[in-house]
Design a protein around this ligand. Structure first.
Ligand code: NAP
Length: 279
């Protein structure tokens, strides 16, 4: 089994990013807006901050109370939309349920939307515009596959999970790479048949070790996007690594797989934003 090692790929690609940063005439900055104090969000933010520090990028972390209104979040976003020192705005998801996520996300200036989640950017890259931001996890998966020369052209790809953050944009990316894509979700009937028939299986459901040996088939490429912290403090993916590893052809570990690539892709989007004032 080939390990698709996101940590190693990120380490290899980081010097390229550093060179591109050095060639800029300014030090880029970005802001992360966090609502409430979800433990998983705090951990994801810590990973982004650590990589920003390594790259020498300026970072501002804004923490707003759980009960904040959408209007208040939008006014914070607008402040940074107009801040010339800030080239990227990240709104850490998920937001509390009383907030209209779409409305708040769409307040981000598209040229600073390095997570690629505004309607403007989604539509742009959905329609194949090269210079629109691709959501970071999707870009990370794309680059990981490219690194290992896994070509999606003509392949059967099954994606489990249909969130706007991961499942849907990743499905679209695979479609744009000329894969034949099946999208599964919690109401899918016969999930095992759908996952087993895939050449490439991508799982993003947030259910630790859900995809066991009966869901995978010989030689498959399996990309595990899930990250859940277990009660013992360890991180788990959605794929049962121990069961899958003796069957599939290639597999991402958790941690050390897609998560590493997501953070890299986010900063690649930031550097892109600095270079060409996207959109
Ligand atoms: P989400 O918004 O909760 O969506 C989960 C999706 O999984 C939904 O579409 C849901 O179906 C589907 N699902 C849930 N249980 C299922 C089941 N038993 N069978 C089939 N489908 C099922 O989650 P998300 O934001 O996409 O995140 C998913 C996971 O990826 C989480 O563990 C998250 O932490 C992780 N994540 C990792 C990265 C990274 O960089 N590695 C980035 C983002 C997220 P319905 O639509 O029918 O409800």
């Amino acid at each position: 089994m080939q390990l698709l090692d996101g940590k190693k790929v990120r380490e290899e690609r980081t010097p390229v990013l550093v060179e591109r940063l050095k060639a800029l005439s300014f030090v880029p900055g970005f802001v992360i807006i966090q609502i409430g104090n979800r433990e998983d969000s705090t951990a994801f933010i810590a990973a982004k901050k650590a990589f920003a520090k390594k790259l020498g990028v300026k970072e501002i972390h804004i923490q707003l109370e759980e009960k904040v209104t959408g209007k208040e979040i939008i006014s914070v976003i607008q402040k940074y939309n107009g801040d010339k020192e800030v080239q990227g705005i990240i709104l850490q998801l998920p937001l509390p349920i009383h907030i209209d996520s779409d409305e708040v996300i769409d307040a981000i200036l598209p040229s600073k939307d390095i997570d690629g989640l505004t309607s403007y950017n989604v539509k742009r890259w959905m329609n194949g515009h090269e210079n629109a931001f691709m959501p970071a996890t999707t870009r990370g998966i794309k680059e990981l596959l490219e690194h290992y020369s896994i070509d999606l052209f003509g392949k059967k790809v099954t994606i489990v999970g249909r969130s706007s953050l991961v499942g849907k944009p990743t499905a679209l990316m695979c479609l744009n790479q000329n894969a034949t894509v099946t999208i599964c979700h919690s109401k899918t009937v016969g999930l095992e048949n759908e996952t087993k028939k895939a050449d490439v299986l991508i799982v993003a459901i947030g259910k630790p070790s859900f995809i066991g040996k009966t869901f995978v088939s010989k030689g498959q490429v399996v990309i595990d996007v899930g990250i859940t912290r277990l009660s013992n403090g360890k991180l788990s993916g959605d794929v049962n690594f121990e069961e899958a590893k003796s069957i599939v052809g290639s597999l991402t570990p958790v941690p050390g797989g897609v998560g590493q690539m997501t953070v890299l892709a986010l900063f690649e989007n930031l550097v892109d934003a600095c270079y060409n004032g996207k959109n």
